[in-house]
Design a protein around this ligand. Structure first.
Ligand code: C2E
Ligand code: CA
Ligand code: CA
Length: 397
């Protein structure tokens, strides 16, 4: 592995420890190493043009912006880097911080106990190249709002569909609609490259409109193929701040003669809920009209969910980080079990996301999870493929 070609950023408040780490990195072949004393300094470096960073090695306990706040800010900034967290804290705490970082969508290579040594660092750094090779579209640039809106206007966005399977019967219970951008130059662009920009600039409604419209039109065609089940649409919590959103969604679905009971609206809990009243009004209205309501990424969220939970949610979607970690991390398994238990007690459907292996499937089956979704079953696919896929799957069960 060419460590010499990687750019590092060391974030550590303790001068001596920072110098030591820089020395270790030089010792194992690194050339480009930036340094910061805390999260604020690190974010400033990341925003500087001409200073590309591949791997951040950050302390957790720092004055000012500590490692956890830094990880959250990184996640929200959408900057694509890998991170290694270092701390003298106990192992249990490190495990929960690992889960937290993954929940923030951070490319976390590992959490290391201090002191850091070349032996500890090398295998973790090696993970970067493995992960980097798996990441799609790494070469696509950061798109401006104007480019994204032009793509939406030109009809370049389309929903992909990922099937959901009911564990007990193995039947396809429906599909989740996920946004994709068919970019003329860069090929298929994933949501992480356009959703944050749309959300931050108040334009997520434009994507919602396209997605609801196309998804409803597609759902309308299922019956003719002998396919039933629900279709799930992702609604950004930011679009729920506008009280008209629910009516708009209801109208679009009705225009395609799709029954609201065949549509599930997935909402991610979020700290950014500024207008709880409007959000609740939208969700209540959707529910009243018969839409399913799903709490997405369950387990990763914030206290605002305590208010949202007053709404009659019909589905609890457990975040994939808990599924992925349950086999190796006691705390993740506990949360997974508790979430499934809670769904059962509330008498709502539990869906586990990110089911990638047979072992995940077996574990979830044992824990009496209702529905699963993940690469083990199928990746998200275009609408035409989805219809054939469901027919094939149904023939095989
Ligand atoms: P999400 O709603 O949690 O969707 C699940 C994500 O996990 C999807 O990523 C899906 O492709 C991916 N996934 C599915 N199975 C597996 C698996 O087995 N392993 C792994 N590692 N990943 C799996 P995708 O399509 O990139 O979407 C990312 C996020 O973007 C979504 O997360 C959702 O929050 C958001 N999003 C997607 N489409 C829309 C949309 O139309 N509107 C809004 N507001 N948000 C959307
Ligand atoms: Ca979702
Ligand atoms: Ca999710």
């Amino acid at each position: 592995m060419a460590i010499a070609r990687l750019n590092f950023l060391v974030v550590e408040d303790h001068d001596f420890q920072r110098k030591m780490l820089v020395r270790i990195l030089h010792g194992i072949g690194a050339n480009a190493i930036y340094e910061a004393k805390d999260g604020v300094g690190a974010l400033a470096i990341l925003q500087e043009p001409g200073k590309p960073v591949d791997i951040i090695i950050s302390d957790l306990d720092m004055p000012g912006m500590d490692g956890m706040a830094f990880v959250r800010n990184l996640g929200e900034s959408g900057v694509r880097v890998s991170i290694i967290l270092a701390s003298a804290l106990d192992r249990n705490l490190l495990a929960s911080i690992q889960t937290m970082a993954e929940a923030y969508g951070i490319n976390l290579l590992g959490v290391l106990e201090k002191p850091l040594t070349p032996d500890k660092l090398l295998p973790i750094i090696a993970r970067h190249s493995i992960l980097a090779s798996q990441l799609p579209h790494r070469t696509s640039p950061v798109f401006t709002l104007e480019e994204i809106l032009a793509g939406l206007r030109d009809g370049e966005f389309e929903p992909y569909y990922q099937p959901k399977i009911e564990m007990a019967t193995r039947r396809v219970s429906g599909a989740e609609s996920l946004a994709r951008w068919n970019h003329r130059q860069y090929g298929l662009v994933a949501p992480c490259d356009f959703i944050p920009t749309l959300e931050l600039q108040g334009k997520i409604g434009t994507l919602t409109e396209t997605m609801v419209e196309k998804t409803a039109a597609f759902r309308r065609t299922w019956a003719a193929h002998g396919i039933d089940g629900s279709v799930s649409i992702n609604l950004s919590i930011r679009s729920l701040v506008d009280v008209r959103t629910a009516d708009h969604v209801i109208e679009l679905v009705r225009a395609h003669h799709v029954e609201p009971r065949d549509v599930v609206v997935e909402v991610t809990e979020s700290a950014l809920t500024t207008d709880v009243g409007h959000t609740l009004e939208n969700l209540a209205r959707l529910r009243m009209k018969g839409f399913g309501l799903s709490i997405d990424d369950y387990g990763t969220g914030y206290s605002s969910m305590q208010q949202l939970i007053r709404i009659a949610f019909t589905e609890l979607k457990i975040d994939q980080s808990f599924v992925a970690n349950a086999s190796r991390q006691e705390s993740a398994r506990v949360i997974l079990e508790a979430s499934l238990g809670m769904a059962r007690k509330l008498n709502i459907c539990s869906v586990a996301e990110g089911v990638e292996t047979q072992a995940d499937w077996d574990m979830l089956r044992q824990l009496d999870c209702h529905t699963v979704q993940g690469y083990l079953i199928a990746r998200p696919m275009p609408s035409e493929e989805y219809l054939d896929w469901v027919k094939d799957w149904n023939r095989s069960i």
